[in-house]
Design a protein around this ligand. Structure first.
Ligand code: N01
Length: 540
């Protein structure tokens, strides 16, 4: 960028009040909200359509594990009433249709520049503006909102020889739009996280042979998906305000089908414990993990619940050796809990094979398959269900620099540092929606997104009314918040396993717990900060 604001191609930058990066559920609502408040907003989006995570994750079986009536926007009662969901948990195509409906209904597309990837984001102290470079021109704005999603940069682990593989390879998070026909093929799947657990039963239905390469076995609970009962949907719609309000009082911003248990798992009698867990296993969904109040907090209680699921695996999987390989021994619900439809059952099919790569990792990929411990497992197509560089990957890849050219990558060298998961010291007028340090991925994402967007919008209006040009977290407030998030996480069992919450899935990534457990107290703090003259932020 030259001093006269002209980019290297000689084109004038596109100048706005706010540039929003990303047109998923966060970016779309941010645009709609700020537009309604009179701001000039441009959204840049690397995909060719809206929907964010639901645009990219088109793998077979992709489905939300938050129930449909709760995984939707609440900001417009008319939208709530007019949209009809068809299943208890919506599949990816239906959620993407909903995202497109929202984009059309609120005429969002006219302010979204699709197929535009941000390559550099620089704050200029001289003009108090952000300057964004993209592969399709430059942008300039006083404010930038990173609505880039928590799971938007695919993790493709390095395997020697991967480039020599002669068949097609896919990553679950970048699935081809036209779909993939696996019929008659031998397919390999690497990974057994949420994406794989959903994809494996569906791919197994279609392909000739399926070989799953598992590094860590995973706990999974039945989702019990089913067509959404019309009277259930009507009941939700008739009571939406009260239900939405109740969702916001819950730790994960969603209500469950059964009331939360308030007692301790470790104190329950064997009969009472088994009956309660069985009831929740039969109902399906995350209510399973709310059976007792201490499942995520107390190792002994957690161990009882883990043992219950281990018993289920042993009961479902016919071959004892396969059952043993599929059986996890780590803390349950320490990694992101998975919900499934026939996951463990799939391993009873004679054409489905499980290869344990926990002790002998994948040696390499050959032209014809995957090599483990010197043995080649031939596959025609290979699916990487290997997850994401979560929460920080996308932000860091945009080469953000703040005051005096300080790099976000340096500021976050020892793990992400934010205040409230909303702002970063030294990076004025930059907001992160569902950023590290906020409840984000530990919650139902849409209410979390709405809370952040509403907070940011209120903040921008307040700044406009006060005539303030900049807002940024104070270094002390940020340091306090990083300690606070760590202290809260350390009260739980979350830090006891290797999860992407900790960055443990990416070689070399600093191990630090990134999201903040507990939605309601967090919302209260955000409200309090805003009402208390944006305590912890410097305004100028
Ligand atoms: O990714 P993951 P995901 N060699 O990181 C394995 C959300 N989501 O895409 O556990 C061999 O969970 C890795 O092994 P290990 C949800 O928040 C939601 O499945 O690290 N294996 C693991 O098994 C979820 O948590 C929904 O030892 C390797 C797998 O790959 C998040 O997205 C659906 C490996 C990655 O699992 C991410 O889920 C889907 C290697 N070198 C996703 N590297 C719903 O709403 C990695 N692995 C339902």
């Amino acid at each position: 960028m030259s001093s006269d604001g002209v980019d290297s191609n000689g084109a004038e930058p596109s100048v706005h009040d706010v540039v929003v990066v990303g047109a998923g559920f966060a970016g779309m609502y941010m645009l709609h909200k700020l537009r309604g408040l009179g701001f000039d907003v441009a959204v840049v989006e690397r995909a060719s359509g809206v929907g964010g995570t639901w645009y990219w994750n088109r793998y077979p079986g992709a489905r939300c594990d938050v129930e449909s009536m709760q995984y939707s926007y609440s900001f417009d009662p008319e939208l709530e009433q007019e949209w009809e969901w068809s299943e208890r948990y919506s599949g990816q195509p239906e959620i993407l249709r909903y995202a497109n409906h929202v984009a059309d209904r609120y005429d969002l597309r006219r302010d979204i520049r699709f197929e535009t990837t941000v390559t550099q984001v620089d704050w200029d102290d001289a003009d108090n503006q952000w300057h964004l470079q993209t592969d399709r021109g430059t942008y300039q704005a006083r404010f930038v909102v990173m609505a880039t999603g928590c799971l938007s940069t695919a993790n493709v682990p390095h395997f020697d020889g991967a480039e020599t593989f002669e068949g097609p390879t896919y990553h679950t998070g970048r699935w081809p739009h036209e779909g993939v026909d696996f019929s008659g093929l031998s397919v390999g799947v690497i990974g057994t996280g949420s994406s794989a657990i959903q994809a494996i039963p569906v791919i197994a239905d279609e392909c000739r042979e399926l070989t799953v390469f598992q590094r860590t076995p995973n706990y999974s609970v039945p989702a019990r998906n089913e067509p959404l009962d019309a009277s259930d949907q009507a009941d939700w719609k008739a009571n939406y305000r009260e239900r939405r309000a109740r969702m916001l009082t819950q730790q994960a911003a969603m209500v469950q089908r059964l009331p939360d248990g308030e007692d301790l798992a470790k104190e329950a009698s064997a009969t009472e414990f088994d009956e309660r867990m069985q009831e929740r296993w039969d109902v399906g969904g995350f209510t399973f993990y709310r059976a007792y109040s201490d499942i995520g907090l107390d190792a002994e209680s957690n161990g009882r619940v883990a043992e219950f699921v281990r018993g289920k695996i042993a009961g479902i999987v016919d071959d004892p050796e396969t059952a043993a390989k599929l059986t996890p021994h780590n803390t349950i619900a320490c990694k992101r809990p998975c919900l499934d439809t026939n996951y463990y059952e799939t391993f009873n099919l004679s054409h489905v094979h499980l290869v344990d790569v926990s002790e002998t990792p994948i040696d390499r990929i050959s032209a014809a398959g995957v090599v483990v411990d010197g043995q080649e497992y031939p596959v025609d197509a290979l699916v990487y269900a290997t997850g994401f560089d979560a929460m920080t990957g996308t932000l860091l890849r945009m080469n953000v620099t703040g005051r005096e050219g300080a790099r976000l990558a340096d500021h976050w060298d020892a793990g992400p540092r934010t205040y409230l998961g909303l702002g970063v010291a030294g990076f004025p007028n930059m907001f992160t929606v569902s950023g590290p340090g906020s409840p984000s991925v530990l919650t139902n994402m849409i209410p979390s997104i709405e809370q952040h967007v509403d907070w940011i919008a209120r903040c921008l209006v307040d700044l406009r009314e006060r005539g303030a040009a900049t807002i940024e977290p104070e270094a002390d407030a940020e340091a306090y918040w990083v300690d606070y998030v760590n202290a809260v996480a350390n009260l739980t069992l979350f830090p006891t396993c290797n999860s992407w919450y900790l960055g443990a899935n990416i070689p070399g990534k600093t191990r630090v717990f990134m999201p903040l457990p507990g939605f309601p107290p967090y919302v209260e703090i955000c409200e309090d900060v805003a009402s208390d003259n944006y305590r912890g932020f410097a305004l100028a």
